[in-house]
Design a protein around this ligand. Structure first.
Ligand code: NI
Length: 177
């Protein structure tokens, strides 16, 4: 369909709470998802939330093919998740570097829950539920935050762990999402 502009940090829509989807399998929803998929692919992102393309609805997309740059990171199947809900399975948090398509070129060290269960719906309205950990759990928490108007710098514990990817070279191994 179309590659859309991604809003950058500072745009007020990124700070808004997005509204739940009520009508599934609609032309509007399929068009939104198609644009999100095209935009994420064009920018080589690992995930994208609808508010990042200025649609304030609770829709996220994420996925990661095997990348020889990060051989230790397990692939994530491409997933459309609508009206997501996250349950924490383990209070243990772990630090990891994150990047965001709305904050291009920057990386920050963010604590996230190691293991979560998430559920929600696909575009047709079918129920999806998974238990995941590691990077998969991180990406879903990051995207879900976008739906609540939260960007990852708000979660950085020590703001010194925030900077330009080029300056952090060697320390950081993260995509933007
Ligand atoms: Ni992001």
């Amino acid at each position: 369909m179309a590659i859309r502009d991604v809003l950058r940090m500072g745009h007020p829509l990124l700070l808004q709470r997005a509204i739940p989807v009520e009508a599934f399998d609609s032309p509007e929803l399929h068009a939104l998802i198609s644009d999100m998929r095209d935009t994420m692919a064009a920018l080589n992102g690992a995930g994208l939330a609808a508010p990042q393309i200025a649609v304030s609805k609770r829709v996220i997309i994420f996925g990661l093919e095997h990348n020889p740059r990060y051989p230790e990171v397990e692939p994530i199947p491409e997933t459309i998740l609508i009206n997501p809900v996250i349950e924490v399975l383990d209070e243990q948090m772990e630090d990891g570097w994150e990047g965001c398509l709305s904050i291009p070129g920057m990386r920050g060290l963010v604590p996230r829950y190691h293991a979560i269960r998430y559920h929600g719906f696909n575009a047709q309205g079918d129920y999806i539920e998974r238990e995941v950990d590691g990077f998969h759990a991180r990406v879903v928490q990051h995207e879900n935050d976008h739906l609540d108007g939260i960007l990852y710098p708000q979660r950085i514990v020590d703001i010194r762990d925030f900077g330009f990817e080029e300056e952090l070279a060697g320390k950081v191994d993260s995509d933007e999402y």
